[in-house]
Design a protein around this ligand. Structure first.
Ligand code: NAG
Ligand code: NAG
Ligand code: NAG
Ligand code: NAG
Ligand code: NAG
Ligand code: NAG
Length: 487
């Protein structure tokens, strides 16, 4: 038995080994494979105490079309949403499966999509308290063990972890915390430095503003002028009614909802700045190529009366909310937003404290200072928890990550989240890839006809680095008398 396993391993390593030395990659456009299965892993709710033995069903997507025994495993570390949202928008993994003979796995993050401990997402802290990054990372660790133990031939397969945004943070942190379970991580648009005291909180909104200003000054100026106009309208019940009608809101604005409306409108521009992709896409919303360009076509006169200006603002926001023309009404509640579900709001209130602030001068938003006391008080009011802005730094090191190896930090420089990204290479194996003109984890997106050369270069660089990790792994494996990797 042992001999057979050694034999199989050697055969497959040879097979995967043959990939060595090929450093010129064609730009391939393999369609997303139709052959995948959705499965469930009975996962531990609590990894860190021995008191709670409850389990929940963690959903995952698996595809073995191109995989053979001993060949690599690509695992996407699911983030704050339905796992299909990420599987649908991470063409990079699917399109490179054949080249790497990789097994493709997408593991859903606990408390999102259909992987909800205790059935239904509610705010009962006895249930919600297990929604932490440490628990989520431990889920991925157990999940990898499970895959390696249960899929014949997977035992010695090297695992590469991928993730975008918060998923990218998880991918990087997974490599930092569990280096024996993964040979490396591609952390795309992962703002691991966007914590209190580590970065300038104004940078996020400055980047959003520049993304609009780049199309036209009138565009960013219209948005800047819209805030006082909206405030004037919100001040009267007639004005609120007019806003509710004009924006086709699902529920008329109550007099307690001024800030909710402003936040919703502001999130429109923030989201557009994240996804101003060169190809049409359906990530947060179905949108045309370069949606900000489309938006700015509708914002050409910043100096009109309040109602005219806000009518334009509605038309511009409709590019985001209603490009297909099928939106019945606009729902400004937090729950209605694609990302930023209740689960993420809770995480943002506990460990994932990512400060943003605006000054209304260098950016086109209302002045809004970062105030951790106010922020935390609000969290206590909503969830009964206080925020711990230090936690992630203690757990994962903040800037102090030089002891880690094999992580790629990629960032599109027009992405507001690049403000908190690792933009400079830290060491020979902690490599930063800056992608000028690109947006939020654009490198993970499927290859598209309008991809700029810098994006294609970034992807090729990533492929070369990942290939090297894999080759190094197999080299080590073949020199190891037990054919096991023991770090
Ligand atoms: C899907 O599976 C079928 C049957 O095994 C196979 O013929 C086909 O090539 C697979 N598709 C892809 C994209 O690998
Ligand atoms: C993923 O894509 C499939 C096929 O286009 C679609 O049916 C599904 O709704 C998408 N899921 C999500 C969460 O985007
Ligand atoms: C929260 O859930 C626990 C465990 O199911 C239950 O005992 C408790 O009564 C719930 N608390 C509230 C406020 O619903
Ligand atoms: C992009 O546009 C083409 C042509 O209109 C359409 O077939 C395709 O589904 C769109 N893709 C996305 C992701 O919206
Ligand atoms: C979306 O567009 C359609 C067609 O133009 C329009 O009838 C509808 O009211 C719009 N929905 C919203 C929420 O603006
Ligand atoms: C921060 O918020 C708290 C609570 O709302 C308030 O008391 C304090 O004055 C604020 N600090 C600053 C610097 O504005």
């Amino acid at each position: 038995m042992k001999l057979l396993i050694v034999f199989i391993t050697i055969v497959c390593i040879e097979r995967c080994y043959a990939l060595r030395g090929k450093h010129h990659y064609r730009s391939i456009n393999t369609p997303i494979p139709a052959n995948f299965s959705v499965k469930w892993y009975s996962q531990r709710v609590d990894h860190f105490s021995y008191v709670n033995n409850d389990r929940y069903n963690q959903r995952y997507i698996i595809s073995t079309d191109h995989w053979g025994e001993g060949c690599p495993i690509f695992l996407y570390a699911g983030n704050e949403g339905d796992i299909f949202m990420f599987a649908n928008n991470t063409g990079f993994m699917w399109q490179n499966a054949q080249r790497f003979q990789a097994m493709i796995l997408f593991a859903e993050h606990r408390y999102y999509g259909q992987s909800i401990p205790y059935g239904k997402l509610d705010r009962n802290l006895t249930h919600l308290g297990y929604l932490t990054t440490e628990q989520a990372l431990a889920d991925f660790a157990e999940f990898i063990q499970y895959i390696k133990e249960t899929i014949p031939g997977a035992h010695n397969s090297p695992v590469v972890v991928f993730g975008g945004s918060y998923g990218g943070m998880l991918a990087a942190w997974f490599r930092i915390k569990y280096p024996h379970l993964t040979i490396g991580a591609l952390a795309a648009s992962a703002p691991i430095l966007q914590f209190p005291g580590l970065y300038n909180c104004n940078d996020y909104f400055n980047i959003v503003t520049n993304d609009f200003k780049q199309y036209s000054d009138k565009c960013s100026q219209s948005i800047r002028n819209s805030w006082p106009a909206v405030r004037r309208l919100l001040a009267s019940s007639d004005g609120r009614k007019w806003l509710s009608d004009t924006f086709v809101l699902c529920k008329p604005l109550a007099d307690t909802q001024d800030q909710d409306f402003i936040t919703w409108l502001s999130s429109t521009w923030e989201n557009l700045a994240m996804i101003d992709y060169p190809n049409n896409a359906s990530f947060l919303q179905p949108l045309p190529a370069f949606p900000i360009k489309e938006t700015c076509k509708r914002l050409t006169n910043p100096d009109q009366n309040d109602k005219q200006l806000i009518q334009d603002i509605y038309n511009a926001a409709s590019v985001y909310y209603n490009y297909t023309g099928s939106a019945k009404c606009n729902d400004i509640s937090v729950e209605a937003q694609d990302l930023g579900t209740d689960g993420w709001s809770f995480q943002a209130c506990t460990e994932m404290v990512l400060p943003v602030c605006s000054n209304g001068e260098t950016d086109m938003f209302e002045k809004n200072e970062w105030n951790i006391t106010k922020y935390s008080d609000n969290c206590y009011k909503n969830y009964g928890v206080k925020s711990d802005g230090e936690k992630a730094l203690v757990l994962f090191g903040g800037k102090h990550i030089t002891t880690a190896t094999n992580i790629i930090f990629s960032n599109g420089l027009r992405d507001p989240w690049s403000a908190g990204g690792v933009l400079q290479t830290v060491s020979p194996s902690l490599i930063a890839i800056q992608i000028p003109n690109a947006c939020h984890h654009e490198d993970l997106r499927p290859v598209g006809p309008n991809d700029p050369p810098a994006l294609r270069d970034a992807r090729n660089q990533e492929i070369t680095i990942i290939m090297k990790w894999i080759n190094d792994y197999y080299l080590k494996l073949s020199f190891n008398p037990f054919n096991e990797i023991n770090y």
